[in-house]
Ligand binder design. Sequence first.
Ligand SMILES: Nc1nc2c(ncn2[C@@H]2O[C@H](COP(=O)(O)OP(=O)(O)OP(=O)(O)O)[C@@H](O)[C@H]2O)c(=O)[nH]1
Ligand SMILES: [Mg+2]
Length: 299
Amino acid sequence: MNLSNKLRRSREALTGRLSQLFSSGSIDEGVLEEAEEILLGSDLGWELTEKIMLELPGRIRKSGQGWKEALAGILRESVPVRSASRIISARPRVIIVVGVNGAGKTTTIARLAAMFQKEKSKVLLACADTFRAAAAEQLEIWAEKLGPAIITQLPGSDPGALAYDAVKRGLSRDYDTVIIDTAGRLPNKKGLLAELSKVHRVCGKAMESAPHEVLLVLDGTVGQNAKAQAEQFLEAIPITGLVVTKLHGTAKGGSVLAMASQMDIPIEYIGVGESSDDLLEFELDSYINALLDIEEGKS
Ligand SMILES: Nc1nc2c(ncn2[C@@H]2O[C@H](COP(=O)(O)OP(=O)(O)OP(=O)(O)O)[C@@H](O)[C@H]2O)c(=O)[nH]1
Ligand SMILES: [Mg+2]
């Protein structure tokens, strides 16, 4: 299934409604007001929506472009392309995955493992969520299904020690990639941030250059709250990339573009469904095209 189909709900909410709105050919005040509502409803955010509302009428009138091409043009010019800083040469490449509980960390890790294994990478998973009893079990089920090795610890044990062991094992047993799952919730936020900061620090003790990446997983349906969430995690751990999940099944797919324009951190992957191959590398142009139902190559 292509990206446009995966983003069906967002595409219909945005493009379907805008098509209807602009079909009369007139762009009076009433039409513009409704267009603004539709853009905000798809979670593009105030900033981006304001910019679009300022530029869209003029572009349509002056250039004779259709609304869709005009809107795609504004989005392409307004949303910066940030490229991921992946240190793929490190061996093992150590990736810590963080995010609030339920954001999709464990699911994302399973999908990343599947993706890396397809590229012939030898993957070790580590569950540093020792707070929630079922966390290790959940990752173990994925590991069993997909094949990567896994290390876990009993609930209540030190997540830092586990991260250290994982990186050391990655080094001694020739793993290409070590992915560390972390807790999303502890009794208090301060405790969680201190724990993440420690996991980060001990990776560096086990291997000087580690961790090579820290991915923050954000639920795509939280919309405007994503930036505040990222800022909280940044207090504890230097995030290198974002993963936005659950975009399949939400009409708020515009949030990805809002995040991409508001945050300095690149969006690296998007989660668009339930199966293990539903994690895609994020590519801005393809995303805009899919959301606006523009055929690839025609933009
Ligand atoms: N539709 C959809 N569901 C997803 C996606 N990613 C995760 N989910 C679902 O979201 C729920 C939570 O995902 P987890 O991966 O367990 O989240 P987590 O961040 O590890 O949660 P904690 O371990 O509790 O902190 C599960 O039911 C997943 O199936 C996605 O891209 N699309
Ligand atoms: Mg989890």
